[in-house]
Design a protein around this ligand. Sequence first.
Ligand SMILES: Nc1ncnc2c1ncn2[C@@H]1O[C@H](COP(=O)(O)OP(=O)(O)OP(=O)(O)O)[C@@H](O)[C@H]1O
Ligand SMILES: [Mg+2]
Length: 353
Amino acid sequence: MNNVHAKEYSEKPLIEQKIISLEDLRQISSDGNFGFIGQSKNILKIFKMVEKIADRDTTILINGETGTGKGLLARLIHNKSNRNKLPFVKINCGAIPDHLLESELFGHEKGSFTGATNLKPGKFEIADGGTIFLDEIGDMSYDLQVKLLRVLEENEFERVGGCKTIKTDVRIIAATHRNLEEEVKKGNFREDLYYRLFIIPLFIPALQERKSDIPILLSHFLSSHNNNFKTVIHGISNQALNLLMDYSWPGNVRELKNMIERIVALNETGLITFEELPQRLKELNKENVFPIYNISEEGICLNTAVNEFEKQLIIQSLEKSKWVKNKAAKLLHLNRTTLVEKIKRYNLEHCSI
Ligand SMILES: Nc1ncnc2c1ncn2[C@@H]1O[C@H](COP(=O)(O)OP(=O)(O)OP(=O)(O)O)[C@@H](O)[C@H]1O
Ligand SMILES: [Mg+2]
């Protein structure tokens, strides 16, 4: 297992820490960002940008893979803006069929279509004075994009079936997981709307591009799930943390959050260890049992590398056997005395928090 990531968030090598407490995981305070947690360079840059632009009424386009926190970021910008006492209205443009989306956005007059039994105000009217969050804007149809462009440029629209022009004062935040530039090239997204939205682009990198956020997110989710479930999880073993750091997180922060919720709900020991991790992460561990070393020009110290490997296997067997040394010794085909000597040598005595 490599410890490269560990250097990003801890001065002590993880291997010497054995068990990492919630406090160790939490390096900076997350106060002031309304639950948007992060300490990586990329996220700190986003926080800085948010401070700058929150109060300016410019349109913002948030881009990022699914589960990276686009919705949360939109909410953060609204909360930090001087519109925060007025509504934050969210609409998922990808989840609503086209004909309904138009009336959701702009409202409709009574009798404007079958089923329109009453006048209905649209999201642009409801959000007046506040912020409208157009989620998955890349999924909006070409026709509706024209109508949206008009609101963006002239701050006015008509309800479906109506002729009265309604003025609106809303801040627009849009988000998409798609590459809009590519969609423009393919002819799926209007170029004029793209440039109108692209005034302040914010890109949230995938979690695997900012692994130094994992410990602080972990600490945050552990604390909040501890509160929800009235559980007391103190920390995580270094082997389990190393696996979380090595995993690629295709579902990004959402996947991490849901995984931690499941682990906390089922946990009985107060500690997250290798055993509690889902199979897909354990599989990753199997692949990593034999570390790959590249011997550079300067060479490599064979003894150090072998000791490191031995240490990793001892930790793994101790965690697997819940620190029952007889069992751990059996797993390594050693006698108990030899294992105890090695535990002492590597300073691996189990410490509870
Ligand atoms: N930086 C973060 N700090 C705390 N929680 C986060 C963070 N990023 C995401 N989350 C949590 O992860 C989940 C997914 O976030 P969110 O819905 O904002 O992602 P998204 O990018 O909008 O995803 P999708 O594209 O699937 O809509 C939410 O429960 C959110 O609270
Ligand atoms: Mg979202």
